[in-house]
Design a protein. Structure first.
Length: 95
């Protein structure tokens, strides 16, 4: 995760995107970590928690890597289909 300067004046929409993983430390020293489900100018929402922008003391963000995620899913699917094909090719024939 990459730390983000929360004092820069940037809006949450410029820093965090839907699907990013965030670790937030609040001014009360609570630490929460979740995948962002919703984001707007005022708050970050995920895993049933809503953290208001003004409550954020520290913010770390891990960006969702869409190409890597898609590549992993496609690759695992191809391997699974190949295994099924090989298994089917060696199935015994009964008469």
């Amino acid at each position: 995760m990459q730390p983000v300067d929360t004092e820069s004046g940037e809006t949450l929409l410029n820093i965090v995107e839907h699907g990013d993983e965030v670790k937030i430390t609040t001014h009360d020293d609570d630490v929460v970590q979740f995948v962002v489900a919703e984001i707007d100018e005022e708050a970050i929402v995920g895993n049933g928690k809503t953290i208001a922008r003004e409550d954020v003391r520290e913010l770390e963000v891990k960006k969702l890597n869409v190409p890597a995620t898609v590549g992993l899913v496609v690759g695992l699917t191809a391997i699974g289909l190949q295994v099924i094909g090989v298994s089917a090719g060696f199935a015994p024939i009964t008469y």
